[in-house]
Design a protein around this ligand. Structure first.
Ligand code: ZN
Length: 172
């Protein structure tokens, strides 16, 4: 009789421990959840071309929304000739923290570019707009890792950049 009693107590105890463990784990999960939040925002994507203005280039990738420094997206077009687009996006807090974007392609005169190609092209175009130094095109290009352009667009990207460079030189 005593043996049966001890067995019953043990079973009860094990069951109780199992319940406790379950509770601890579920409360832990509840604590993690709030850190992964979804954030709604508007992101400006600039159409990259040889004649894209400096202002539009600088606005590329800007984010607007309740959780951002700038709350309200500007009216588009920014100025005459602007081909920027405003896209509504849903970021995770991780995207915002890491500076990554859920946008995977970028519109340009060369077609849809990968984020990596678009960033390099934008940086070169911006440098053309902001640098005042005279000099040849090949000297100018040396400061960039041109080989980082994807192979299928590299030569077209270089001629687009050359076009922008020549146009800027002839302005002065
Ligand atoms: Zn614009």
């Amino acid at each position: 009789m005593l043996k049966l009693f001890i067995a019953a107590i043990s079973v009860g105890l094990i069951y109780w421990l199992w319940l406790k463990k379950k509770q601890i784990f579920s409360s832990r999960n509840n604590k993690i959840d709030p850190f992964i939040t979804t954030i709604e925002a508007i992101e400006i994507q600039t159409f990259l071309d040889w004649n894209t203005s400096q202002y539009c280039l600088e606005c590329d990738g800007m984010r607007y929304g309740k959780q951002f420094k700038q709350k309200k997206a500007p009216d588009l077009p920014h100025e005459a000739g602007c081909r920027c687009e405003a896209t509504k996006l849903f970021y995770t807090s991780d995207d915002v923290f890491q500076g990554t974007s859920p946008v995977l392609t970028h519109k340009s005169a060369l077609g849809d570019l990968s984020t990596k190609d678009a960033l390099l092209l934008k940086n070169i175009l911006l440098k053309i707009r902001t640098s005042t130094g005279k000099g040849g095109f090949s000297d100018f290009l040396e400061q960039f890792e041109i080989n980082n352009f994807s192979e299928n667009i590299r030569s077209r990207a270089i001629s687009l950049v050359k076009h922008a460079f020549d146009a800027e030189q002839s302005k002065e």
